[in-house]
Design a protein around this ligand. Structure first.
Ligand code: ARG
Length: 563
């Protein structure tokens, strides 16, 4: 039921054409608390037009207004406060939710348009840190949100599997490496070599020259260099996949930087043909002064490609393969300037989807106040954090519900969910300091809290004997239920807003709100009392369970039925 429409129509009639429906709709406000009504119309901006005092305008409108469909309409100073008819509104809302089930809120706005999402994209031979967690979980959630809005996302893991760092790694391995060690514990060993390289190269700058040579060899297809690279890549990917499995994140493609090696020559050719390449100190650059940006370095003086060269090839490939409606890059804010350069080069090249390229930035993550960096060797392994979180969740569950049948599985769902939700509830551009213990609390604005609220709803339904709730006639007049019903009615708009802003936190904050209102209702009202309204109350509980579960799904978080 679209109450905004009902309010707008009633006001338009009372105003006798002095404002259009759109003008009225734009002025409507939502009072912070339900005791001030469910929608409010402020009249002060009308005073000039209508040459009357705002209070008077409000009173005159109230006298003329057709109040069918409302419980009451109150004048408070310059405001007209509309109170919806709770019975009719709850019936309409609950029936819509129950009829649609998990499809509630799904829309076709995206028209099936392709949206490649560049996400996760860790670097080979380095551990996937908490820093990569953000890209993985934000990208994954955005993909779910896009699907819910009728788009077709393509999740692409643009692995950092090429570049000068492989020259460094090969150099380090040749100097200090040992095959058996790497086989036993690939990423840790490779990182050790990499960290040592950066320590020693402070005093021995010639190491950098050797590394450059190795990378050049790698680009030229030298068999030894290629063999080592392939080995490092495979071993790293295996470890990354363990983490993705744990998070429940799947990719459609793993087209890393190396995938574009055979597509770089064409990029350079196009740039040359369009007279965009200029020489600068032996290197080839694209001038971007007309965009107020520094030149983009495309080829080094030894002809080696760069990160951006491969990204240009990537964007061109995505353009041709997917004809994207949008082309998204879920990458940290520190690369904002870089993506401006990339977009500018693509525009200069005339790549059709250049304008639809969007960098979706996110802030830094620190864990218990510590910054993450591979070079300095201060690494917090994502796998370790996940492990710890699952362990802590297990302890909590053991205490709260020792008889739970599938404790281990639930501990995993809660432990992982806590981390994912703890990240996604923040606006993505915010920096976050992650304190694991806080995210695992069953109370407060956490994943476990939302999961627990869902499990509580399921437990009520079980206690009621899993009756078949009917998608008709569910009038809940209990004022304690009102905020929950309004929250349920908001879900479709939340789904759209999260998509427009590419912002999972919109869904996470909504899930917290719905869980909170539901818990308040549960605390104040006896849901399972045998009376005439019982079926309607159970319908409400079922609707809450459905929407909480669907909200969590959009975030990539599981919703156990019991915990
Ligand atoms: N591998 C890069 C890093 O860890 C991120 C890659 C982002 N994607 C891209 N197409 N540039 O910083």
């Amino acid at each position: 039921m679209d109450y905004k429409q009902t309010v707008t129509t009633a006001l338009a009639t009372a105003l006798d054409g002095q404002l259009t429906a759109d003008e009225i709709a734009a002025k409507l406000e939502r009072p912070k608390t339900s005791d001030k009504g469910d929608m409010a119309f402020p009249t002060f901006t009308l005073a000039k037009v209508l040459h009357r005092a705002p209070q008077q305008i409000a009173q005159d409108l109230a006298d003329k207004l057709d109040t069918t469909g409302f419980e009451k309409v109150e004048v408070v100073g310059p405001y007209l406060n509309f109170f919806f008819d709770k019975g009719a509104y709850s019936e309409a809302t609950l029936n819509t939710v129950l009829t649609a089930g998990a499809d509630y809120g799904t829309n076709a706005d995206g028209n099936g348009g392709n949206v490649p999402i560049d996400m996760s994209s860790p670097n080979i031979a380095k551990p996937m840190s908490m820093g990569h967690l953000r890209s993985t979980v934000i990208g994954n959630s955005i993909a779910e949100i896009l699907t819910k809005n009728g788009y077709h996302p393509i999740k692409d893991n643009h692995l950092g599997d090429w570049g000068t760092q492989f020259g460094k790694l090969i150099t380090a391995y040749k100097l200090w490496g040992n095959e058996e060690d790497v086989k036993k514990d690939p990423i840790n060993k490779l990182v050790e070599y990499y960290v040592r390289f950066h320590k020693e190269d402070v005093d021995k700058p010639e190491l950098d020259d050797i590394a450059r040579e190795w990378f050049k060899k790698l680009e030229d297809g030298d068999p030894e260099a290629h063999h080592l690279w392939e080995w490092f890549r495979k071993a790293s990917l295996q470890e990354f996949n363990d983490v993705y499995d744990e998070l429940g994140v799947k990719f459609d493609t793993y087209n890393g930087e190396a995938f574009y090696n055979d597509k770089l020559a064409e990029v350079v050719q196009i740039l040359k043909d369009k007279h965009l390449l200029v020489e600068s100190q032996g290197a080839q650059v694209v001038d971007l002064s007309k965009y107020d940006l520094n030149p983009a370095l495309i080829l080094k003086s030894d002809g080696a490609s760069l990160y951006i060269t491969r990204d240009i090839a990537t964007a061109l490939y995505r353009d041709r393969t997917y004809h994207p409606a949008q082309n998204l890059y879920v990458v940290g804010s520190e690369q904002t300037y870089y993506f401006k350069q990339l977009k500018a080069v693509l525009k200069e090249m005339g790549v059709p989807s250049a304008d639809d390229l969007h960098h979706v930035p996110f802030g830094l993550i620190t864990v218990d106040g510590k910054k993450l960096s591979t070079r300095s060797g201060r690494i917090i392994l994502l796998a370790k954090v996940l492990e710890e979180s699952i362990k802590l969740a297990g302890e909590e569950i053991n205490e709260k519900n020792p008889d739970l049948a599938n404790k281990e599985e639930v501990a995993k769902q809660v432990g992982v969910g806590a981390i994912v939700f703890g990240d996604l509830k923040n606006e993505r551009t915010n920096n976050i300091d992650f304190v694991l213990a806080d995210q695992l609390k069953f109370e407060g604005e956490t994943g476990p809290y939302v999961q627990y609220s869902h499990a509580r709803a399921e437990s009520i339904l079980r206690k009621a004997g899993n009756v078949d709730v009917q998608a008709a006639g569910n009038q809940v007049a209990d004022p304690e239920a009102w905020d929950t019903i309004k929250a349920l009615a908001d879900f479709p708009a939340i789904v759209k807003m999260a998509c427009a802003e590419l912002e999972p936190s919109v869904v996470a904050k909504y899930a917290i709100r719905l869980a909170k209102t539901f818990n308040k209702y549960y605390a104040h009202s006896k849901i399972l009392t045998e009376d005439a309204e019982l079926p309607a109350r159970l319908a409400l509980v079922k609707a809450v369970s459905t929407v909480l579960k669907e909200s969590l799904r959009l975030l990539g978080v599981q919703a156990p039925d019991e915990m």
